[in-house]
Ligand binder design. Sequence first.
Ligand code: SF4
Length: 350
Amino acid sequence: MKQRRKSKSIKVGEVTIGGGAPIVVQSMTKTDTRDVMSTINQIKELEEYGCEVVRVAVPDSEAAQAIKDIKKGISIPLIADIHFDYRLALMALESGADGLRINPGNIGEAERVKVVAKAAKERDVPIRIGVNAGSLPRAADPELPIAEQMVDAALKQINLLESLDFDLIKVSLKAFDVPTTIEAYQGIAKKMPYPLHIGITEAGTPRRGVIRSAVGIGTLLYEGIGDTMRVSLTAHPREEVIAGYEILKSLNMREHGPILVSCPSCGRTEVDIVKLAEEVDGELLKIDKPIKVAVMGCVVNGPGEAKDADVGIACGKAKAILFKKGKKIRVIEEKDFVNVLMREVEEMTG
Ligand code: SF4
């Protein structure tokens, strides 16, 4: 794994992004921002799953004003997502937004960005320049590869903000196409010092989008690129947070709750290992401490294959061996599989 790219650090509310800080997991609400209670409830649920920064859409002035009340009910920093109308950015700042995300492709003239930057600077609020492949400003050279056009669009906005003595900058360059996204981030990473928010845009439903995101985000993280991330899914945003942490845990970059090791099962399996693993997976969502748990389909290879798990079961016919760190502890009955395993997990994490 490559060394992490050195980036400047910025603060979004109390959360540090960049400068070697742990990679921050973000999500975005899917409620109507004007519906304050529903938005607060969704953000509170995201907080429980470990979301560290949340973004809300600001389509109109009512939504911009709602931020004031939403902020009173939540504990994590809130970023206002602005398209088209720079005046909404100003209103969101007045309402106490901890960060702004603007898209250079649709925010309009430089003059408008200047006004927003001035107001953000007065409040020490960072701005994310969020370039999307699907909404690029007109390129100087439309023949350039999309990744290069994305880099150019971001650099133009960075130069503009820097010329205004504004450096609380975060940058994202997202596309649906994974190679385009990777090339764009690789391109910009060498050209400016600001932290990078990484992700694959419109990645799709959980079945497809988690894989697309994991390939894109995972490749970038392995390359040392990325300071914060969002997995964009057509699903409840809690799935985005869960997926984000799973990507980070897969690369040993963050500890967050349990890791589940489960074997794929094979002709040796004598229990419904798929159902069992899913049940244990669901139970583990309630545990917030790091622990490695294994659900294995046979007593022959199970404990050995999962020897670095803290605790696990290796199933035979209607019975399983409970094991810890690959060592057999005792035999348990099928009806007790989940209960016994979870009791062990709770004792070890309690
Ligand atoms: Fe098959 Fe046993 Fe390996 Fe599971 S642990 S895949 S049941 S050999």
